[in-house]
Every structure is written in C-alpha cells, then in structure tokens.
Design a protein around this ligand. Structure first.
Ligand code: SAM
Ligand code: DTB
Ligand code: SF4
Length: 347
C-alpha cells in the first residue's frame, strides 16, 4: 500500500469526519491541502460536448438521455478541426485543461480513432487532455493512452447502494470495470460523483469510501452538485433528503463538508468543484476552496448546461486572490529536472 494513501477508511471514520464541528473540519482539510498543493491556486478546466444527446442510457440526472424529453437537440460527433479550434479558444481565455465529453454508453472503435485525433490536437496546444466517453474496453483505453490522453473521466456518481435508484442500464460494477481498464492503460483516473440527488449522508460517505478503496486513489475527483434539468426524472422527482431536508439543491454547508472530507481522505487528489456552480454564491464557492477544492470548470458552458462564464469567474479569482494553477507545467518542469538530474555526472 502506498504509505500516504489509505484505502481502508471505515464508514464510521468517514462519518466521524462529516460530524466534526464545521470550523475544525475546514481547518484539518485546509492544513492537508497546504501541505501538498500550491496555496491559493485553482486549476481551470474547460468542457466541450463533442457528441450531444440521444444517449441510450437512463441516468436520472442527465439531460442527454434519449429517454427523457429535455428539449436538447442531438448533435453528431464534431469534426476534429472544430474541436481543436475550440480548445485553442479555451486556452486563450485561460483554461489549461480541456475535457471532451460524449453522450455514449460506450464508444465504437471508429469513434475512438476520431477522439484520438482530437486528443493529439489538444496535446499539441500544450493543454492537459481529459475525455469521458462511457464504458471502455482495454484495447480502446490503450489507444487513448497512445494518443497522449492524460485523464479519463468516469464517475461512480453515488454510493453503490443508491446507484440503482439513479441508473438501471449499467451497473456499479460496470463502472469499476471501466476504471480498471483506464488504470491498466496507465491513464490517470478522474472519478467522482454528484451530490443533491436525494441521497443520504451515508450515501455520500459510501461514495467517498469507494473512491478511497481504488488503488491508487483517483488523481482527480469531480464533485458535482446536481443541475436539475427539466424533463429529467430528478427534476420531476421531489428530492427528499432522507436526513430530513427537502430542497432543490443539497444544503451548501453539506456540500462544503463533502469536499472537505474528500480532501482529507484523498489527500493527493485534485478535487474539482464541478457542475452546479451557476447557482452557488461567491461565498459558498469560497468555502469550497477553503475546504480543499483546487480545480473548477471554466467558460460559459459545461456540456449542455450553463456555467458561470469567464468574466464572473475572473472577478471571483480577483476577489479571493486566487491564481490559475497549471499542474501540466509543473509536471513538464519536473520531468525536465529529473532528466537533467539523470544526465548530470554523479559526484
Ligand atoms: N456518457 C458518459 C458517461 O456517462 O460516462 C460521459 C458523459 S456524462 C455527462 C459525465 C458525468 O457528468 C456523469 O457521470 C455525471 O456525474 C455528470 N452529470 C451529468 N449530468 C449532470 C447533472 N445534471 N448535474 C450534475 N452532474 C451531471
Ligand atoms: C463531471 O464529473 N462533470 C462534468 C464532467 N465530469 C464531464 C460534466 C457535468 C455535466 C453537467 C450537465 C451538463 O452540462 O450536461
Ligand atoms: Fe448517457 Fe452519460 Fe448522460 Fe448517462 S450520463 S445518459 S451515459 S450521456
């Protein structure tokens, strides 16, 4: 076992963290954060939906499922040149990581070839590349790695126990199998979930416990707050938080607690404050950064729903004294200095 990564967090231990006094929890999370990551620095990742809608799956939160009438016009797989042009524009507006998302249960092999060309184009711009395409085979994962893919995003979404209430067309184990294929191909794992789907705190605890059980821990964990899109089952369902709350979104303090606990149990992982920021106040987002979130989605669109937009987020960075974080540049300079050290004559 990696000495600094614990894979044996018990439910009671994680629940104990959630129950800490709020200020104590934030202090512990911020201390760990500072020990391992640059302070006051937040990575800016931008999303692009390269194939939109008409998805066969029944994920109850998703505007892109063909089973729900969300009014979203489906779009075929984008041309490689258009994707690279969009990545270039994202870089110019301040994003350093580019994430391509496709509304597939799983890609066809010909789709993977097209996505590989997109990944090469994004990498040539000097950006980190991430894709999320659904379930993958080992061979497909290996091809993506060859194209230079840095991260594959595939979320567990919630606890194994609550999962069947949200998705019935693929199992929790299917998700874990794809994550294994990604690991086998030596691609970094980006895996997280959604809060605010009517799950209990125990479900949030279990979701984090499963993430900790992955060996090694995911390099990146997105924490999404449900974006309620009209026509999806979760927009129609009265979301009753089984802890006694009934609300449109998860309670802000509970979201911050979830991020802080993720920071503590996954101390080396980049925690991304993902979907749902559009409805969050500056103050709530600031607390999420105090809790240890160090990445966010940049630009005015997520995949199909609205994001905050560059000017609002530039203003937030300014107000909070945040600076853009570029882990891809740190990785490049670390490998240059390792190469230089290896080349240097030994004393
Ligand atoms: N089709 C692929 C898949 O599901 O693996 C990739 C794209 S899918 C849109 C990526 C992730 O976005 C989902 O696993 C879910 O966690 C998140 N997501 C989708 N719709 C959301 C919503 N309305 N609110 C919050 N997160 C959402
Ligand atoms: C993730 O965990 N969140 C992003 C990314 N991975 C692909 C997607 C959020 C999608 C929100 C709904 C939409 O815009 O369609
Ligand atoms: Fe399809 Fe992915 Fe949306 Fe599920 S989350 S319906 S698999 S696009």
């Amino acid at each position: 076992m990696n000495q600094e990564q614990r894979h044996d967090w018990s439910i009671d231990e994680i629940e104990g963290l959630f129950q800490l006094p709020f200020l104590e929890l934030l202090f512990q999370a911020q201390q760990l954060h500072r020990a391992r990551f640059p302070r006051n620095a937040v990575q800016r990742a931008q999303l692009l939906s390269i194939k939109t809608g008409h998805c066969s799956e029944d994920c109850a939160y998703c505007p892109q499922s063909a089973r729900y009438d969300t009014g979203l016009p489906p779009e075929k797989l984008m041309a490689v040149d258009d994707v690279v042009a969009a990545a270039r524009a994202a870089k110019a507006s301040g994003a350093s990581r580019y994430c391509l998302g496709a509304a597939w249960r799983s890609p066809k092999d010909s789709d993977v070839d097209a996505v590989c060309a997109m990944i090469r184009g994004v990498k040539d711009l000097g950006m980190e590349a991430c894709v999320t395409l659904g379930m993958l085979t080992d061979t497909q994962a290996a091809k993506l790695k060859d194209a230079g893919l840095d991260y594959y995003n595939h979320n567990i979404d919630t606890s194994p126990e609550y999962y069947p209430e949200i998705i019935t067309t693929r199992t929790f184990q299917d998700r874990l199998d794809t994550l294994s294929a990604v690991r086998k191909a030596e691609i970094n794992v980006c895996c997280g979930g959604i809060v605010g789907m009517g799950e209990t705190r125990v479900d949030r605890v279990r979701m984090l416990q499963v993430l900790c059980q992955l060996e090694p821990h995911p390099e990146s964990v997105p924490i999404n707050s449900l974006v309620k899109v009209q026509g999806t089952p979760l927009s129609l369902r009265q979301i009753d938080d089984k802890d006694g709350q009934s609300s449109d979104a998860v309670d802000g303090i509970e979201l911050v607690r979830t991020i802080a606990v993720a920071r503590i149990v996954l101390p080396h992982t980049v925690v991304r404050l993902s979907a749902g920021r559009e409805s969050m106040s500056d103050e709530l987002q600031a607390l999420c950064f105090v809790a240890g979130a160090n990445s966010m989605f940049w630009g005015d669109k997520l995949l199909t729903t609205k994001n905050n937009g560059v000017s609002r987020d530039e203003a937030l960075f300014h107000k909070l004294g945040l600076v853009p974080w570029h882990p891809e540049q740190e990785a490049a300079s670390a490998s240059t200095s390792t190469a230089a050290a290896a080349a240097a004559p030994r004393a």
